[in-house]
Design a protein around this ligand. Sequence first.
Ligand SMILES: Nc1ncnc2c1ncn2[C@@H]1O[C@H](COP(=O)(O)OP(=O)(O)OP(=O)(O)O)[C@@H](O)[C@H]1O
Ligand SMILES: [Mg+2]
Length: 358
Amino acid sequence: MTEDLVQARAEREVHDAGVPAASGAAGSAATEDGSRAVSDPGASGPGPGPGPKHRVRGDNGAVVLPAQPETTADTPIARAAQAALVARAGGPVWPRPRACRIMTIANQKGGVGKTTTAVNLAASLALHGSRVLVVDLDPQGNASTALDVDHHAGIPSVYNVLVDDRPLAAIIRPVEAIPLLYCAPATIDLAGAEIELVPLVARESRLSRALGRYDVSDLDYILIDCPPSLGLLTVNALVAAPEVLIPIQCEYYALEGLEQLLRTVNLVKSHLNPALAVSTILLTMFDARTRLATQVADEVREHFGGIVLHSVIPRSVRVSEAPSYGQSVMTYDPGSSGAVAYLEAAKEMAHRGAPAGR
Ligand SMILES: Nc1ncnc2c1ncn2[C@@H]1O[C@H](COP(=O)(O)OP(=O)(O)OP(=O)(O)O)[C@@H](O)[C@H]1O
Ligand SMILES: [Mg+2]
């Protein structure tokens, strides 16, 4: 566990303990979906103003909670304004899972929005009070780039964790722009890992083993961004997580290859990770102008039912621009349609909680 992470946890514990909840518990209470709802000091405490309070960094780096007026009108402009406030100062705290949720974001089809989803869901969750780690398992290192975490060849990375047994804690870096968000970066070295892992003992379980040795109780979510293949790296991610999130791009070939992915998930489930389940599907790059996008979305909902998030991510230029500025769209343009949609998707995920049986 990095010092930073420990400090963030201590800060939050101090904050939680200092705020008596209505139930009498110190700052948190169980909710229907089994998650922990953290009490909002702005709602009940004698704060300086009405409405929820939002987290910002104080001079000494500590988390402080100034009052923020809340936008209540449910219009696109109000939602955009609210999203902009959240990106600047952090938002009301969403329910945090009782135990760390580890989610693999996988789809062997390239360019469907895996990385964009990992980065923006992670940013949204962190902006709402969850401690989130993004594990970049793709040699392209796109998630590390988008989070502006150094990942040039030779720096300690996921490669060293998988191949050299280096502890995860030694490679995790904080994301400067967003408190509570952390990244385990990928370097180009990882491109060789698919081959280098082959002769190693328990080659499919290297990431799982590394996470097992790491104190995940300091985190609420670990999101693993996979490469576009079903090779050993993706298999490692599937062995390490109980939950799979599949982003599906709303276009003609979207469902092609999905069967193969689900077959791989079932194989891993029956041989290596009995707890594995596809818990979440997110429709990405939806273009409302085309009938095809609607047809694909309908088909996915018909086939997968309740695990498909209601929120759909639209095609948005701002989403695609953000990584080149080393940012998530949540901070790059929080009022854009893409940012608002990712915020809604993350909120839905947080409120749904982990599937039963975990
Ligand atoms: N909602 C969106 N609107 C517009 N562009 C998007 C959106 N989501 C993703 N993109 C862009 O589409 C491209 C592919 O997205 P992304 O890198 O997230 O996909 P991926 O599945 O991780 O790709 P890979 O398989 O190569 O890892 C990127 O250029 C990204 O900026
Ligand atoms: Mg990617």
